[in-house]
Ligand binder design. Structure first.
Ligand code: PGA
Length: 244
């Protein structure tokens, strides 16, 4: 269960969040818990999470180790601050910052090279769904991005299905719609990396996950977890999602 804080919270607010959140999930051993705050809060989050089962992730990672890449943060830098995960290719990166399938693969490989677990996002836009192209889009994103990994690399990633029309809109995909998309993705994994890889990979659902809909989403066998935006900003609401 991963929380994506997007561009919200200061280090002080991060500390306050953890003070309230930690006791609510201290005994939650049924899942991994990851919080992905803005880069500027990573150190505060790692510090606040010490001694708890909560892991801390970044929202992006550069494809290079270091260099003239103004505005980017590299894998070794994230590792050094104590991050364990990195979200890659979130649709907001694609929409506003020119992220492409090619850069997705490069960033995913860099995350793996530097010891971070990539949470690789895929998902269709509203017009793609309405024109009946959901499957084509998911297959294409998979083929151009994730399919470029080796079997060993693939075994270490987490996939997140996030239909763009459901992000921050309050429009959750129904559990059936989400499960159908997860099946498409898992079938791609099976074809490319084999049955064992398809059974083992965790596919998270993201898009308006809330305490009152998480149970029905998680009841779908193909949905293995969730990537939560808005509802992960509040400690009580994210804890009730984690503890669904
Ligand atoms: P949301 O965001 O839960 O606010 O819809 C999900 C995401 O973008 O990861």
């Amino acid at each position: 269960m991963a929380g994506n804080w997007k561009m919200y919270k200061t280090p002080a607010e991060t500390q306050t969040f953890f003070e309230k959140f930690r006791p609510l999930v201290e005994k939650s051993e049924h899942c991994e818990i990851v919080i992905c705050p803005p880069f500027t809060n990573l150190a505060a989050a790692v510090d606040a999470a010490k001694g708890s089962p909560i892991q801390v992730g970044a929202q992006n990672v550069a494809w290079a180790k270091e260099g003239a890449f103004t505005g980017e943060i590299s894998g070794p830098m994230l590792k050094a601050v104590g991050a364990s995960h990195a979200i890659i290719s979130h649709s907001e990166r694609r929409q506003y910052f020119g992220e492409t399938d090619e850069t997705v693969l490069k960033r995913t490989q860099a995350a793996l090279e530097f010891g971070l677990t990539p949470i690789v996002c895929v998902g269709e836009r509203l017009e793609e769904r309405e024109s009946g192209n959901t499957e084509t889009v998911l297959v294409s994103q998979f083929q151009k991005g994730i399919a470029g990994l080796s079997e060993q690399q693939f075994a270490k990633i987490v996939i997140a299905y996030e239909p763009v029309w459901a992000i921050g809109t309050g429009k959750t995909a129904t559990p059936e719609i989400a499960a159908d998309a997860h099946k498409v993705i898992r079938a791609q994994v099976r074809e490319k990396f084999g049955k064992d890889a398809a059974d083992a990979v965790r596919i998270l659902y993201g898009g308006s996950v809330k305490p009152d809909n998480v149970k029905s989403l998680m009841a779908q066998p193909d949905i293995d977890g969730s990537l939560v935006g808005g509802a992960a900003l509040d400690p009580v609401s994210f804890a009730s999602i984690v503890n669904f």
